[in-house]
Design a protein around this ligand. Sequence first.
Ligand code: BG6
Length: 474
Amino acid sequence: MTTMKKLTFPDDFWWGSAWSAEQAEGKGETGKAETIWDRWFKEQPYRFYQRIDSSITTDHIHQYKEDIELMKKTGHNSFRVSISWARMFPNGGTGKVNPKAISFYRKLFSEMNNNGIKVFANLYHFDMPATLQDKGGWESREVVDAYVHYAETCFKEFGDLVCHWFTFNEPLGPILGTYREDFHYPNLIDFKRGAQAAFFTILAHAKAIQVFKELALPSKIGVILNLSPTFPRSQNPADVKAAEIADLFYTRSFLDPMVKGNFSKKLILLLQEYNQLPEDYTKEDLVCIYENTAQILGLNYYEPRRVKSRSSMVDTSSPFLPEWFFEPHIMPGRRMNEYRGWEIYEKGIYDLCMDIKNHYGNIEAFISENGMGVADEERFMDDTGQIIDDYRIEYIKDHLAYLWKAINEGCNIKGYHLWTFIDCWSWINAYKNRYGLVSLDLTTQKRTIKKSGEFYKQLSDTNGFRYDVDLLVE
Ligand code: BG6
């Protein structure tokens, strides 16, 4: 059966996309401190796809005016950038603020506002100034203080231009990458130190919100979390327990303290049992975290998490890891984005929104990232030079249909931002997988709207699209 229907989204829905400073701006001439990405590239260039670093990326710093025109042509009414801490404080992330950085961001944000594009500004997207990493990065209270000073400076300098603020993008990412999975500088595999860094990240979030509230700006502040609904392989108690534990580590770890102000008791007990709790924390820290929670929540959704109970014994002399308690379940028949190695499961976006509705007070939220990175997209270029990315259009529609269902069932979802706008630099994957609504020629920096960019404009103009609702499963 086919039941085609127009899926209409709420009035003033935020249609847009996101990227980050390190991935899109390029170094420019404003002055900028070395970041951990510059440092890591210098030390181990062979770990970056085709040995491409972040010095030029999408050169947004020079091309921002043209880029804002492209935002309009692709239907944006909102866009998330991140501010570069290293550009704001070129002397290693502290010291005197950089007037050239202030001037750049004020021009960018003003131009966006003048063109009807709301500014969503994120303060930290994986780009620690290297000097602050040398001081311990997120394991150091000194770095927390430096971050709060940087945040306060941004609130004061740009508060009149920003619609919504975010303390962090995916704070779990650097913890996972640095302390557990070796994909983030300085590549230390040590869970307990990671737990300390996670605690201080949460504290930094709360302290920034505290300062924000004192300034009484007209905007809201929140956080952007990467969340995946967790599914056990079966209802066997061992699989269910494995899924519960995975969910504690990957979902509740940041969501609970940053949105509710407290930590999951089950997670605390588990970490206590294995002597993995952070040691440096005070009662004042806990009160600050409790009193200063997110006012708005960004949800980055790419893939579900499927787990099963372990089939082998743990070698307890190996470094402690969440995977001591579960294994990934490679579900037969799953649909994959093979280029990125992520499962595509559109219903997961609905499950995630329902979790936020049912367990987090239905806080005001939006999809802050969702998207499909594809390698060698030139294969899909037509004679005019446009990428015909029908697969991306399908991907967006399939996810939006489940988002529409969630909204219709009462989820407080205010918008959808795609990852990403123009193809941008993807950390160690550099330009391997392209995610944009607009393609980028790396040699000439020429931008060309993809077919998905045209679709996105129509979607935003009409605030919806036609879809076969019989495809939506319960
Ligand atoms: C998100 C990050 O998790 O995924 C982005 O916020 C990132 O910074 C995006 O680029 C896509 O992942 P990747 O690794 O393919 O770049």
